[in-house]
Design a protein around this ligand. Structure first.
Ligand code: ADP
Ligand code: MG
Length: 140
């Protein structure tokens, strides 16, 4: 399996509870390397662009409110099969359904305030990374 990159966000519920390091420890223990990372306050426009695939969903407004409610940590993760590996490490969207030891089982508060984002495919990973990072900000 090839080395891949995926895009990750540590969401406001986690930064608020000072869990950035705890989430990063789970990421690194899973063998993923954090090759870019910055703490930002997402603008409304950035959140709406990022989640545009969900624009018609009933939770879209609430999701954009949440993602702009406090700092987030945007990251690029690198490793073997990184996209699927990180989805496994995060666990199910709803923490009630997430497996033991996953980020969402360990830390998420609800289906909305669920601590982490991870890309779902190579195309979305490339697009999401490009939304937040210039090439020279990623150091593998
Ligand atoms: P994932 O983040 O696991 O890829 P989705 O792409 O389906 O999940 O949803 C994007 C984000 O929207 C979720 O991580 C969560 O923050 C929020 N979300 C999803 N479903 C709901 C819901 N039913 N109610 C509120 N927020 C939701
Ligand atoms: Mg998704």
């Amino acid at each position: 399996m090839a080395i891949q990159r995926t895009f990750s966000i540590i969401k406001p519920d986690a930064t608020k509870r000072n869990l950035t390091g705890a989430v990063n420890a789970v990421i690194e223990k899973a063998g993923l390397r954090i090759v870019a990372q910055k703490r930002i306050l997402m603008t409304r426009a950035q959140a709406e662009t990022f989640y545009s695939v969900h624009a018609a969903r009933p939770f879209f407004g609430e999701l954009c409110d949440f993602m702009t409610s406090g700092p987030v940590v945007v990251q690029v993760l690198e490793g073997e099969n990184a996209i699927a590996t990180y989805r496994d490490v995060m666990g199910a969207t709803n923490p009630a359904n997430a497996a033991e030891g996953t980020i969402r089982k360990l830390f998420a508060l609800s289906v909305g305030e669920n601590t982490a984002h991870g890309s779902d495919a190579p195309e979305t990973a490339a697009q999401e990374i490009a939304q937040f990072f210039a090439g020279n900000e990623i150091v593998g």
